[in-house]
Design a protein around this ligand. Structure first.
Ligand SMILES: Nc1nc2c(c(=O)[nH]1)N[C@H]1C(S)=C(S)[C@@H](COP(=O)(O)O)O[C@H]1N2
Ligand SMILES: [Mo]
Length: 423
């Protein structure tokens, strides 16, 4: 009986799924990156307000699904990795190099990304920049890989061309570098003991299933092969669905009851919302609780300062907006405060301005945040003072924080002290 998964058709089926997952990750990742580092003149959608919750949830979920799919794919093509001779010409070298680059980049990308969702950054380099650069290495080597494998992909794209009437996998020896077929027990070409994978050679019949080594009937052999294949793919599907369902609860309410693996749980934390960095960790305990705290709003001509009591008197606007962290957790919340555009009007600035917000935090990448006019003028963009019906907790940004629609959590600046109109 042939191996259930060590054939070109299985490699193509898994490759398709991986290709989709990598493209989802690339697209949603690019979107997330540009939201945080926009190119000049870029404008972003502010509706639906949960847009980023959706795209980033997709990013993390597809990234997690890649893990079992990649393991299954590596298992499927394992014999080809140990092939002999290792290189059979220039095109083959390119093909093998692109796979080596792709697999190692994928392991680093998915591994560091996964660790990152647990808010753990144990490396000395800036995660986002490295993740961004590596994504182009990944997509580039993936494109080369797909290009060099195109004949096999086309040939085995549809199931009905890959199996004979008995359900046995059918080899096509016209395809040059395809996977060897499982062929009994013995030694790998490179001296690895195990099941022998023989390379298709001219002696084998074209477009015909191999005769059964056990001598059993084709139909019985085909049935066993089908059952084994089904077992393999059911296992892969269960593993993939398992990791997705057991973590998606951090960004989707639907999957919430099954959230076993994801680091953040809904509804836990002050004001019923998880905290990403506490006031203590941010070093703002003293400045955020100081009685003389004020918010400065600097317009092109007029600058005003507001005490918290003055803001509370103005702060009657409400909005339902999620915190959607780049690390994959999201949660909807009810906010109350002063509209950004009303504060801009108070200093005679155009509501369609670029705005820079500064936090009380002295260090780190969250200290300064810029927002474009699409956010500054949006009626749901608030300087928030209340969260879920109570005063904003110190860990959620007291005395005041920013909340805006459709933006990553990193841009929802806490413990703010200054709003500056840029243009
Ligand atoms: N000043 C400041 N603002 C910040 C942060 C921070 O560390 N410092 N963390 C950001 C991140 S990464 C997220 S996800 C949200 C989380 O808000 P929460 O802790 O109120 O849930 O706050 C954002 N605002
Ligand atoms: Mo975050």
């Amino acid at each position: 009986m042939a191996s259930p998964n060590r054939n070109a058709r299985s490699a193509v089926v898994l490759g398709r799924l991986l290709g989709i997952a990598f493209l989802i990750c690339f697209g949603t990742g690019l979107y997330s990156h540009l939201l945080q580092d926009p190119l000049p003149g870029m404008h972003f959608a502010t509706r639906p307000v949960r847009l980023y919750q959706f795209t980033q949830g997709l990013h993390i979920t597809a990234g997690i699904a890649i893990i079992p799919l990649l393991l299954a794919k590596l298992n499927t093509v394992m014999p080809a990795l140990a092939q002999d001779p290792p290189v059979r010409g220039a095109l083959h070298l390119l093909e093998r190099l692109s796979i080596a680059v792709f697999v190692s980049a994928a392991i680093v990308q998915v591994g560091t990304g996964l660790v990152n969702t647990f808010q753990w950054y144990p490396w000395p380099f800036p995660f986002r920049q490295v993740h961004f650069a590596l994504s182009f290495v990944l997509i580039g080597s993936l494109a080369i890989h797909i290009g060099t494998k195109l004949p096999i992909i086309v040939r085995y794209w549809r199931a009905r061309d890959s199996y004979d009437a008995d359900g046995r996998f059918v080899h096509d020896d016209t395809v040059g570098s395809e996977l060897p077929e499982y062929h009994g027990t013995g030694t790998y070409p490179r001296g690895i003991t195990g099941r022998v994978m023989r390379w298709a050679d001219g002696a084998e019949p074209r477009r015909a299933s191999r005769p059964s080594p056990s001598g059993s009937s084709g139909a019985a052999d085909g049935r066993r092969e089908r059952i084994a294949r089904r077992g393999f793919f059911t296992g892969v599907a269960a593993a993939t669905a398992g990791v997705v369902v057991l973590t998606a609860g951090q960004s989707s309410k639907l999957a919430e009851p099954f959230n076993v693996f994801a680091p953040r749980k809904r509804g836990l934390g002050p004001n019923g919302l998880p905290v990403n960095r506490t006031a203590r960790a941010a070093g703002v305990l003293a400045t955020a609780t100081a009685a003389d705290w004020t918010l400065t709003v600097a317009g092109p001509a007029v600058t005003r300062t507001f005490s918290r009591a003055e803001l509370v008197a103005l702060g009657t606007a409400e909005a339902a907006l999620p915190i959607s962290c780049v690390e994959g957790w999201s949660q909807m919340a009810r906010w109350k405060g002063v509209r950004m555009r009303d504060l801009l009007a108070a200093v005679q600035a155009d509501p369609g301005s670029h705005v820079r917000v500064t936090s009380l935090e002295r260090h780190g990448g969250y200290r300064i945040m810029d927002m474009g006019p699409e956010y500054a003028s949006d009626p749901t963009t608030l300087v928030a003072l209340e969260l879920n019906g109570a005063t904003l907790d110190l860990d959620h940004g007291f005395p005041a924080r920013i909340i805006a629609p459709g933006r990553p959590g990193v841009l929802q600046t806490k413990w703010i002290e200054r709003i500056e109109v840029l243009s």
